[in-house]
Design a protein. Structure first.
Lengths: 440, 487
């Protein structure tokens, strides 16, 4: 993968060749290896190495961007010409800010060289564990084992220089039986943190427990959402915490800042420094990402700001801006929902009749202001009766407002990094809530 | 200009040296331009290029794939060797009978056509165009957001294989669309033109943007967004349902296009995109829908200027037109060389495509199109006594076997006594795939048929996003469950 030294060489060439006084360069490098299996065999086994160099310049009150996937000197010189040409032809932008000068960053150690360089045999062995565990239960395994790393570096013509490297490993498994499935997904900075045996047993046990599923009649139910299911729904709140979305009246928080939007037991933050978080500690303009308290005791307290929206609002940017120019502004990519003192086991024990959900699937927004989501349960849905799992349930469609859901939470577990696989993971606990609307 | 063939030949030599019994590679050079204007300000403005190579190596009874942006000789050799090592590692958990349907190696060259090269239109003219569309949206009282976007792509791809294939393809795609938003009293309503997901995408040039006449449509669009705020919600119940053609395209995409991917049927996507309610033995026997339902998967350029048309797929298989549903009866899958062999087919029907040089080809929809019927749209409305007409995708969700769906268009109108009446907001409809298609009773004719390009179909791990095509015309379904879905 591209090294920080190679990124510095790119900065020197690009910034040394532009005539713009204000210029910013972002260099991204990716190494990603993934071993995919299905029907108890490895069927797709891949590796990729890529780079991206993106330059934005400001010329005469106009700005433009160009990007290249090539790092030869002639390609970088062409990049400079392309960025300058886009700026020359862009309309004047009265709100343009000069690029940032030097910043100070707190960069957590999230890079495991062994995970970046993991060989395909290591991944194949983990896949083998998954397959053998499912096969021993008379079931089929499908999933993946991934390893890799990313470099993100940012520099400006005014002296800013930042870089960060982090590794990533993932293990996901769907175990399929005659009439049921079970699933698990875990991600971590290091492959060594993923125990294939434990995860494979969990997915297999889920599939076994979901056998002979029964239909769930439409209605409102008490639900226990495991962390992946919580992340599947909470992810839809992310755009709404962006300041520009609120300023342009496209957020569920439009006209609601400072008011109670969720129950008093809900606290949400965006925090890239959270021990379970991942990703860069600076944004698309090089601003250090700082923790932002978004919701305190159910009251909407904060938004994430890019520099432009922050200037308009008269506040400091929070370090969540996307690369300029863009149509979105800022993005809360490290949502963290505060937990409580419960657990899935205790929530089940406290539930007389309800539904336990492993994950959701194909969630889409039906209505933006109450953040109503439709989707289905998948890979392990269970009926709870008198404090215990009674039997499996067939997958069921729901239509549920996330805002309404977070007003009816009765218990919260310990946060973990979780996601359903469709969107990047969040830091969320399991939760129990009343009145969840399954529509059949 | 880089010599793509030099990189490709080096990769094949390196793959052979690494022990490949078969190898192919794609060298892909791509240029894109993304422009958007939102609320009178330039949103996106990015000119991008990339070049890279992806090498697929078959050795030891399995495939391995590796890709790199680094086209130095040393890096290409290293990447080919990595692909071979990956293939050998797969032997720990090998598939039962890996094999590939035969395909004669082709030597060919092909390119899409356009009337006006979109990359030669000055950037300032493009931005002015988008600013005019945005201004037209904002000219309507009550509008709180407006957006117009333009996406351009030019790609040159060279595919070579150790079997002797050598195929160069060049394509130019243009996409454009706009969206109006109106917020009032805690409610947001939006309207898109000519379709959701950034509008229309075709293998054409700037002439597509001119034909869309977005600035002329924008005020009507904006007025509808504002009117939706005062409209009653779509009533719940069972009624006849008419869908506008881009919504029909989505219906085809989700409930036909994905379940007919043979890799899903065979379990390859079980962990992510899901499987399918179809089985290999369903060909010729399963009733997919009514007699009015005729669907093809047609990758040939003759189908139209689609972003999913090509001359050869990413395994070097020639583009084909295949019947998927004939008069309601299921007729065939979309296949690859490997899945074709798995079900005993003599040949792949050529549906393998990769998002980029960095990803492996997967079975992806080509142009999965509902063939036109004979109705004129006005006659179809006139023939409907009690129904709802819904238009433009807003939300879409379907289960992992592609059976249970719920879709929510942006806007709907009541139809009473053969006439379009009052507007409804927040419409949704749902059903079970073969039951729903069994209720199809009328499809509009060629005059109302549009070849839509949808740019954002996702599949695979690592994820791949690719453009697909769907020809569709407005159509009618009888007695469908409709109604507001949530709160």
């Amino acid at each position: 993968m591209l090294s920080p030294a190679a990124a510095r060489r790119i900065f020197d060439i690009v910034l040394g060749n532009t005539r713009a006084r204000d210029a910013e360069v972002t260099v991204a490098g990716l190494r990603q290896d993934l071993t995919r299996f299905a029907e108890n065999a490895i069927h797709q086994n891949v590796s990729e190495e890529s780079v991206s160099v993106s330059l934005r310049v400001v010329l005469d009150g106009r700005t433009g961007r160009a990007t290249t996937g090539r790092i030869e000197e002639h390609a970088l010189r062409r990049l400079v010409l392309a960025a300058e040409e886009t700026a020359r032809l862009a309309p004047p932008d009265a709100d343009l800010l000069e690029v940032l000068g030097p910043q100070t960053y707190s960069v957590p150690e999230r890079h495991d060289p062994a995970t970046e360089e993991a060989d395909p045999t290591a991944r194949a062995r983990a896949a083998q564990v998954a397959i053998e565990t499912a096969r021993a239960a008379g079931m089929k395994a499908a999933g993946y084992v991934s390893t890799g790393a990313q470099l993100l570096a940012h520099a400006t013509s005014r002296g800013l220089s930042a870089h960060q490297t982090w590794s990533a490993a993932g293990f996901s498994l769907t175990v399929t039986g005659a009439d049921s499935t079970g699933w698990v997904l875990q991600t971590a900075p290091s492959l060594a943190d993923l125990d294939a045996s434990v995860l494979a047993r969990r997915a297999t046990q889920k599939a076994v427990a979901a056998r002979a599923p029964r239909p769930l009649p439409p209605g409102e139910y008490t639900v226990i959402l495991e962390p992946a299911a919580v992340a599947d729904l909470l992810g839809f709140l992310r755009p709404g915490f962006g300041a520009r979305q609120v300023q342009e009246k496209q957020s569920f928080l439009t006209d609601r800042l400072g008011t109670p939007v969720f129950g008093a037991n809900i606290a949400l933050a965006d925090d890239c420094q959270h021990p379970l978080a991942t990703g860069p500690v600076f944004d698309g303009e090089g601003v250090p990402r700082r923790p932002v308290s978004l919701v305190e005791a159910g009251v909407a307290r904060g938004l994430v700001y890019d520099r432009r929206c922050a200037a308009k609002a008269g506040v400091a940017p929070t370090g969540h801006g996307l690369p300029e120019p863009n149509a979105i502004g800022s993005w809360a990519q490290n949502l963290a929902l505060a937990g409580g003192d419960s657990s899935v086991e205790r929530m089940i024990a406290a539930t007389r009749r309800g539904v336990l959900v492993t994950r959701f699937w194909y969630c889409r927004q039906v209505e933006p202001m109450q953040v109503v989501i439709t989707g289905l349960t998948r890979d392990g849905t269970y009926w709870i009766e008198d404090g215990r799992v009674a039997h499996g349930l067939q997958n069921a469609r729901f239509n549920q407002g996330v805002v309404a859901l977070l007003n009816r939470v009765t218990a919260l577990g310990v946060p973990e990094r979780a996601g359903g696989g469709e969107e990047p993971p969040l830091v969320v606990p399991a939760l129990a809530a009343e009145g969840f609307r399954f529509t059949g | 200009m880089d010599d793509l063939a030099e990189f490709a030949d080096l990769a094949l030599d390196a793959a052979r040296a690494a022990g490949a019994t078969y190898a192919d590679c794609r060298v892909v050079e791509r240029r894109t331009q993304l422009l958007s204007v939102k609320n009178a300000r330039v949103g996106d403005l990015n000119e991008a290029e990339e070049l890279g190579i992806g090498i697929r190596v078959f050795t030891g009874g399995a495939l391995g794939f590796a890709a790199t942006h680094d086209l130095s000789a040393a890096a290409i050799r290293r990447t080919a060797a990595r692909a071979a090592a990956i293939a050998r590692a797969s032997a720990l958990c090998p598939p039962a009978h890996p094999s590939f349907a035969d395909e004669p190696p082709a030597v060919a060259s092909w390119a899409t056509t356009f009337a006006i090269d979109p990359f030669r239109i000055p950037l300032s003219e493009k931005i002015d165009h988008l600013l005019r569309v945005d201004a037209a949206i904002h000219s309507v009282k009550g509008i709180t957001s407006g957006e117009a976007t333009l996406n351009l792509l030019r790609e040159t791809k060279l595919f070579v294989s150790t079997a002797g294939a050598r195929i160069r393809q060049e394509r130019t795609h243009t996409g454009a669309g706009c969206k109006a938003g109106a917020f009032r009293d805690g409610e947001l309503q939006e309207r898109s033109y000519p379709a959701a997901f950034g509008g229309q995408f075709q293998a054409r040039g700037w002439e597509l943007v001119e034909e869309l006449r977005m600035a002329e449509h924008a005020p009507r669009l904006a007025e509808e967004a504002v009117a939706l705020l005062s409209a009653p919600p779509c009533p719940a119940g069972e009624t006849d349902l008419l869908l506008e053609s881009s919504q029909v395209a989505l219906q085809v995409h989700e409930s036909v296009g994905h379940p007919i991917e043979l890799d899903r049927v065979l379990g390859s996507e079980a962990n992510f995109a899901g499987t399918s309610f179809l089985a290999p033995g369903d060909i010729g026997s399963l009733r997919y829908g009514s007699e009015a339902m005729n669907i093809v998967a047609d990758a040939t350029p003759a189908h139209g200027p689609s972003i999913a048309s090509f001359a050869f797929d990413d395994e070097g298989v020639a583009a084909q037109r295949n019947e998927i549903v004939r008069a309601g009866r299921f007729a065939g899958f979309m296949t690859s060389r490997e899945t074709a062999a798995a079900v005993g087919a003599a040949r792949s029907n050529g549906c393998m495509r990769a998002e980029s040089w960095a990803r492996i080809p997967l079975i992806r929809m080509t142009n999965v199109s509902l063939l036109p019927g004979t109705w004129r749209f006005d006659d179809l409305v006139g023939d409907t006594q009690d129904g709802i007409y819904m238009s433009t995708v807003r939300s879409w969700s379907i289960d992992d076997r592609r059976l249970d769906f719920q879709f929510g268009p942006e806007i709907a109108w009541e139809i009473k006594g053969g006439k379009r009446g009052r507007m409804f907001k927040n419409p949704t409809y749902g059903g079970i795939t073969p039951v729903f298609w069994g209720k199809l009773d009328a499809v509009c004719g060629p005059a109302d048929w549009t070849l839509w390009g949808i740019p954002n179909c996702g599949k695979g791990q690592p994820g791949q996003t690719i453009g697909v095509g769907h020809g569709a015309a407005p159509a009618r379904w009888r007695k469908v469950r409709v109604g507001a879905a949530g709160r």
